[in-house]
Write a protein that binds this ligand. Sequence first.
Ligand SMILES: C[S@@+](CC[C@H](N)C(=O)[O-])C[C@H]1O[C@@H](n2cnc3c(N)ncnc32)[C@H](O)[C@@H]1O
Length: 398
Amino acid sequence: MTPLLMSWRCVPCCRSGLSWCVTRMITQTVLRGVHKKNKKKLINHSPAASWEERLSDVCTPLWRMEYKEQLKYKLEALQKVLRDLCLTVKERGGQLPDYNGLFCLLQEVLPSPVIYGYRNKSTFSVNLGPNGDPKTVGNYVGNERDRSIVCVRTDHLLNIPVKHKLVAKCYEDYIRQSPLPPCLHFRDEGHWHEIIVRTNSNGDVMAIFTFYTKHLPQDKVLSHILSLKEYFTHGPGSVCNLTSLYCQQKNPATNQISPPLLLHGSPHLTERVLGLDLRVSPTTFLQINTPGAELLYTALGNLVKNRSKSILFDVCCGTGVIGLSLAGQFQEVVGIELVDDAVCDAQWNMTFNGVENCQFLVGRAEKLLPKLLSERNNTEHVVAVVNPPRAGLRKTKL
Ligand SMILES: C[S@@+](CC[C@H](N)C(=O)[O-])C[C@H]1O[C@@H](n2cnc3c(N)ncnc32)[C@H](O)[C@@H]1O
């Protein structure tokens, strides 16, 4: 189980006098990459392991540990990353400060306020289940390379909330009685595809399903989509009490997915994070554990106290949550984000919450940041935050 995925470190950047606060999500990928060997020990590779256990090992690799042990494991994983990085720099003749054998201060991993059912977004695939049923809704066990994928229901997963599981179950019930076949991985046929479920702290639910339109005339596409809508709004699926239902069509000609089409309910959910009301559209990025994110942003705020004369660069700002939540502590906030829609959400969030000292710019941080910094001759009053650190940012010259 990976209920808490956060820690942070603060590295003063000597060259520019710029405070460089780096928040860091320790993702499963990091755990996989850094502690591959250790992780193998965590996983029960016995052929007797059930499908459910195997799925838990994929989705929540630390689930066999007590939560305290998980936090210790994550801290050690981070220490190892920093030690390895330090070694690499030193081997190449570089010099680094020493903080107890690490080159920067590393704080404890904070426990998440919620450790079960904490996800606010889940994606469920459709594929062959362990019993061979091609209309099984769940998550994958197996390997894409050798095409050994099996789709296992997620009812037992500790990190997925009950509401998400209910939508997945209802979707499975519906597609099983539909005459249309599913659209399976690697097969250019069938129609029913994945479903994404998002919830907010109020318990509102948004579902976004993908429908593959190949070989189906548009009127038939429409009737099947509307029939699913009817099922979720007035049929047995109404137990899910959906706040919003969206459909995305996968276009066979381009293999691209259309923008989400609202079939029912409100276009957005609203999520409250640290007193801010945030607009959540089908594509909006939010940290997956909202109370965990609040803890992260609060911890970040504590690191950057007394900055009323400073400017904050929120690098890769997404919908601007970090910058907006810290805006009161800074003279000015500049968010930089690659994706246009995310910047629109950030601007909406700023206006809706009455924040006035932020601006959000669309563009690549690597390109915009040097220009923005060169416009400011005193970088002492500049703080930058990036979450998560991106490989694409590593060559940025500050
Ligand atoms: C995981 S989200 C994090 C958003 C935000 N920092 C937060 O914590 O809520 C990462 C964001 O970085 C953006 N991004 C990725 N590479 C970027 C780049 N080179 N320049 C600017 N934004 C980038 C993505 O579009 C995405 O919205």
